[in-house]
Design a protein around this ligand. Structure first.
Ligand code: NAD
Length: 244
């Protein structure tokens, strides 16, 4: 993979899991990287950290402006911050639908809107959105989450079409079950977390969960000039979950 020398990247949700692994990988490859997160207190140098809530347009605009000013511009936007939701359509009320869509879909739009003027000024502009296997697979007990990630997938295609002539590429990754603090929190709620983890692993064709680093690798590829002719695509990082 080519390195990111001279490129400036912003990663949302970069304080944990997939976002953290992505921010660290891009920085290790030579990018200057800013992390935008609800709680960036654990983010260390060389990463720059900005506190913002992607549900709040003013906080997003302030954080993106500060990050772009400190980095001297933006070439790469990784729209990764997101939250989960469990249940069928019978289980989640309107308030819960609005809450999750506000983060997973509208939050992504807010950050993109704030970043676009900076990306337009870049010679290597790329946006990578974190969708999910749930965008294209019917995961039981995840109706709201799947709908939100399906919207991220459609948004990726629409954004790619809208911005291709401005030189901005837009792609997404569709991770399967990735071993991040998020999954740790879900497993903790099970009566027997170890047994639940073993059952989850047994459902994977590879017999193991996807690592955050493996998702970060796919994001880095789509963000790098190596994928310069690729826009409007999704890359599955699911250990063969959908393909096999
Ligand atoms: P995580 O919980 O470890 O990290 C998510 C990060 O996003 C956290 O640092 C959190 O503070 C931040 N965040 C959440 N809401 C925010 C808000 N309103 N404003 C700013 N920051 C906010 O989760 P993860 O597993 O690394 O997931 C990252 C992305 O990957 C999410 O979009 C998720 O839907 C997607 N994904 C995860 C998996 C998985 O199995 N872990 C699978 C498919 C897709």
């Amino acid at each position: 993979m080519s390195d990111f020398e001279g490129l400036r990247a912003l990663v949302t949700g970069g304080a944990s899991g997939i976002g953290r692994a992505t921010a660290e990988l891009l920085a290790a490859r030579g990018a200057r990287v800013a992390v935008l997160d609800l709680d960036p207190s654990s983010v260390d140098k060389p990463l720059l950290a900005y506190r913002a809530d992607i549900r709040d347009d003013a906080s997003v605009r302030a954080a993106v402006a500060a990050a772009a000013a400190d980095l001297g511009g933006l070439d790469v936007l990784v729209n990764n911050a997101g939250i989960g939701a469990q249940g069928t359509v019978a289980d989640n009320d309107d308030e819960e639908w609005h809450r999750v869509l506000d983060v997973n879909v509208v939050g992504m739009v807010r950050v993109t809107r704030a970043a676009l003027p900076h990306l337009r000024a870049s010679a290597h502009a790329a946006i990578v959105n974190t969708s999910s296997i749930g965008a294209t697979a019917g995961l039981p007990q995840r109706a709201l989450y799947c709908a939100s990630k399906g919207a991220v997938y459609s948004l990726t295609l629409a954004m790619a079409a809208d911005h291709v002539r401005e030189g901005i590429r837009v792609n997404c990754v569709n991770p399967g079950t990735a071993d991040t603090p998020w999954i740790g929190r879900l497993l903790e709620k099970a009566p027997d977390p170890a047994a639940e983890r073993a059952a989850l692993e047994a459902r994977q064709p590879t017999g193991r969960l996807v690592s955050a680093d493996e998702v970060a690798g796919a994001i880095a590829y789509l963000a790098s000039p190596l994928s310069g002719a690729t826009t409007g695509t999704s890359l599955a990082v699911d250990g063969g979950m959908q393909g096999l």
